[in-house]
Design a protein around this ligand. Structure first.
Ligand SMILES: Cc1ncc(COP(=O)(O)O)c(C=O)c1O
Length: 425
């Protein structure tokens, strides 16, 4: 059945799946998903998989969380799309987000994280009258033209490299890519061109080279340099928001960002992202100097589901729950690696963790992450899947837990990891 659906998918969907990352899951055999609940997903063949991928970390409460599903269902009978004025659920959801994120006065909703990042960059350019954006190697900020550089390609392989064809050359000149966690490189770039910089954008914990937290002095220096040169500091918290901290990472590092982008976990995976604004940036949108729009932005179904999800997350202190569950799951994998005498760095931060086979210590940047045994990881992921555990096949992505993961799941993960590593020998 899966084979048939996959063949049909390949005829009508490029690569047989949406986008460049989901198609990787078709190896070694096609993956056609028909249902998901809690920590499990089911394939078209009726196979049950314990999910440690959790939709790239977007699902934080568990698949098809009943409270979120109920809120979406009730909303669908009351108001599906208004396209005029504001909806009640939208106001409540915005108020809750503003209450959570330090320094924020307001929020602009978009459908996806990529759009929210685009809007943040537009606002920074509007505020400063400058074009240049500084982003960091190994940081991902969505698929759009303005920052899709050196996400998986290190600077050492030819400098600034776009991860797709089709980005105008003119746009490329508006982006500078610098190495992550490298204070000196950032300082010297800003000393030379700081007056041209509209924004410094970063993932406070990078998630596309494994799980790699920014060092405190790096974040503090980015804030100081942004202030000194009049640039905006943008925190891309699309993964860290809720999954690492319900209040985002500003308090953790003791810095203030001008804009914070959130997505994924704020709505347990419903299509919504949010750009949180300080008063200065709020005014830009309020006065109509920066335009945001979108037929489906603030979609009532996402607003209702997101509100239910976020309220539940706050009530159960979900960030703390996810930390604990990720620590347990990471330990299970670490133990299995040690038992199999496989050298690897397991890096856990918040509700995610990564495994870099062959590394003695966690990487600090993309170049270090790429020194891991990437093929070894891919083989481990394949072996895990054949034993009923789904993890990302991509060695630069990570494992994610949710509130629905149980201690029995951790045991299953441990057993599967032991067997998978034994099979690799
Ligand atoms: C840190 C980060 N920023 C931005 C994005 C883009 O968000 P979306 O996929 O919703 O467009 C992602 C998605 O994976 C992300 O992880």
């Amino acid at each position: 059945m899966t084979g048939n659906l996959f063949e049909r998918a390949s005829r009508v969907l490029p690569g047989g799946a949406q986008g460049w990352l989901r198609r990787e899951f078709h190896g070694p055999e096609p993956l056609v998903v028909v249902r998901a609940s809690g920590s499990r997903i089911w394939t078209a063949e009726g196979r049950e998989l314990l999910d440690y991928h959790m939709a790239f970390g977007a699902v934080v409460l568990g698949h098809s969380d009943p409270d979120v599903a109920r809120a979406v269902s009730e909303q669908s009978e009351r108001l599906m799309l208004h396209g005029a004025g504001v909806a009640d659920v939208e106001v409540e959801y915005a108020e809750l987000l503003v209450k959570l994120i330090p320094g924020s006065k307001g929020v602009v909703f978009t459908v996806s994280g990529s759009e929210a990042v685009m809007l943040a960059l537009r606002a920074a350019r509007a505020a400063t009258g400058r074009s240049l954006v500084v982003k960091f190697e190994g940081n991902y900020h969505g698929w759009h033209d303005y920052s899709l550089y050196n996400v998986k390609t290190p600077l050492s392989m030819g400098g600034k490299v776009a991860e797709t064809r089709g980005i105008p050359r003119e746009t490329a000149s508006t982006v500078e890519v610098l190495p992550y966690n490298d204070v000196d490189a950032l300082r010297s770039f800003m000393a030379e061109r700081g007056g041209e910089v509209a924004a410094i954008i970063m993932e406070p914990v990078a998630h596309s080279m494994g799980v790699v937290p920014a060092e405190e002095r790096f974040v503090k220096e980015a804030e100081r340099l942004a202030r000194t040169y009049g640039a905006a500091l943008i925190f891309d918290e699309i993964i860290t928001g809720v999954r690492v901290s319900l209040r985002g990472m500003q308090d953790y590092y003791g810095v203030r960002a001008d804009m914070t982008v959130m997505g994924k976990g704020i709505a347990n995976g419903l299509p919504v992202a949010a750009l949180l604004l300080t008063p200065e940036y709020f005014s830009l949108f309020e006065e109509g100097l920066v335009v945001a729009s979108g037929t489906y932005a603030s979609h009532p179904l996402s607003m209702a589901g997101g509100l239910a999800a976020l309220r539940k997350a706050v009530k159960m202190q979900l960030d703390k729950v996810l930390w604990r569950k990720a620590e347990e799951a990471a330990k299970a994998v670490r133990d299995a690696l040690e038992e199999a005498k496989v050298t690897a760095a397991v890096s856990q931060f918040g509700g995610s963790f990564s495994v870099h086979i062959g590394l003695e210590k966690p990487p600090r940047n993309l170049s270090e992450a790429l020194k891991a045994d990437l093929e070894g990881y891919r083989r481990m992921a394949r072996e895990l899947r054949s034993r009923g555990v789904l993890v990302s096949p991509n060695p630069l992505k990570r494992f994610h837990v949710s509130a629905a993961h149980t201690s029995e799941d951790v045991e299953k993960l441990h057993e599967a990891a032991r067997a998978a590593l034994a099979a690799l020998k």
